[in-house]
Design a protein around this ligand. Structure first.
Ligand SMILES: C[S@@+](CC[C@H](N)C(=O)[O-])C[C@H]1O[C@@H](n2cnc3c(N)ncnc32)[C@H](O)[C@@H]1O
Length: 286
């Protein structure tokens, strides 16, 4: 059965992503603790706060499930705490937590976290994260402010201008979970036919239209038309463009900024001691 985004379910790799985030946040706060900064956490595609991990039972058809009793199948369900809870449950604390989500049902679940964590400052907003972040970023330029933004969209919803607004504060570290294989690459149709709204979304996501000539070979036919063929290594090309743009942009802003790309089997992590960290599920890139 195909997953809809209305369900709060995640693939088994989400645990790896969230464990990595939690560990990074722990060390980030531990280091900053002694400097007395006001440190904020921004989770702009925050989700529901808790998700069920899809396992092999999900997608099994009714005949398969008849072989097992309900208690057995239920016992296989596993729930994991999502990124907002990971940030709230840390040993060292952020001074403020900004949770944004476009889905009102998820936003309500995020609001409910306040009663569970009464001692934390939690600010929930429903809506498109892009204008919300860009507005918030203007307030994060103070010398005594530091911030960490976890940007985890499941489509090309994070606009390049939004990343820029955070990086320009020079105070906010950004971790992006780039939805390369699951969303962006799938929008690049083999036959070259990209609906105008998808092209528009991808232009906003990459901050340029340079992705399009990278992913298609074009040839004139005998009939004077243009034939487009999707190239084989589209995913690597798209990630290369995105990472190069992040690197160039960081370098423009900070002469000594650097970005190290570390690749793992299922989960690609790109760590920056400067300002930008990128994570994406892509099997290969060097
Ligand atoms: C991948 S999920 C987030 C999972 C969460 N970070 C976690 O690890 O627990 C992406 C979320 O982004 C939300 N979303 C999609 N488009 C959005 C937008 N333009 N602005 C804000 N939230 C958006 C969806 O409703 C969904 O809850």
């Amino acid at each position: 059965m195909k997953k809809t985004h209305k369900e709060n379910t995640v693939g088994p790799w989400a645990k790896q992503k969230l464990d990595g985030l939690e560990s990074y946040l722990h060390h980030y706060l531990q280091v900053l603790e002694k400097f007395g900064f006001k440190v904020v956490y921004i989770d702009a595609f925050a989700g529901a706060g808790k998700s069920e991990v899809r396992n092999s039972w999900k997608g099994a058809d009714d005949d398969d499930l008849l072989l097992f009793d309900d208690d057995f199948v239920q016992s296989e369900a596993e729930f994991i705490e999502g990124s907002p809870r990971r940030a709230l449950g840390l040993k060292y604390s952020f001074h403020g937590h900004y949770f944004f989500d476009q889905d009102p049902v998820r936003a309500k679940l995020l609001e409910d976290l306040q009663s569970e964590f009464p001692e934390k400052n939690i600010y929930v907003r429903v809506g498109d994260a892009n204008p919300l972040i860009q507005k918030l970023a203007k307030k994060l330029r103070g010398r005594d402010t530091r911030g960490f933004a976890f940007l985890d969209p499941y489509g090309p919803h994070l606009h390049w201008d939004t990343i820029k607004s955070l990086v320009e504060t020079k105070n906010v570290e950004v971790m992006i979970n780039f939805p390369l294989g699951m969303a962006v690459n799938r929008m690049i149709k083999r036959n070259g036919d990209i609906p105008e709204n998808c092209r528009h979304d991808l232009n906003l996501c990459f901050g340029t239209n340079e992705w399009e000539p990278l992913v298609y070979n074009e040839q004139r036919t005998l009939f004077g038309t243009t034939d487009r063929q999707k190239v084989d290594n589209t995913a690597a090309r798209l990630l290369g463009l995105y990472v190069d743009r992040l690197k160039n942009y960081s370098t423009l802003l900070r002469r000594r900024a650097w970005l190290e790309i570390r690749l793992e089997r299922r989960f690609t992590t790109c760590c920056g001691r400067g300002r930008t960290t990128l994570a994406s599920r892509l099997p290969t890139i060097s």
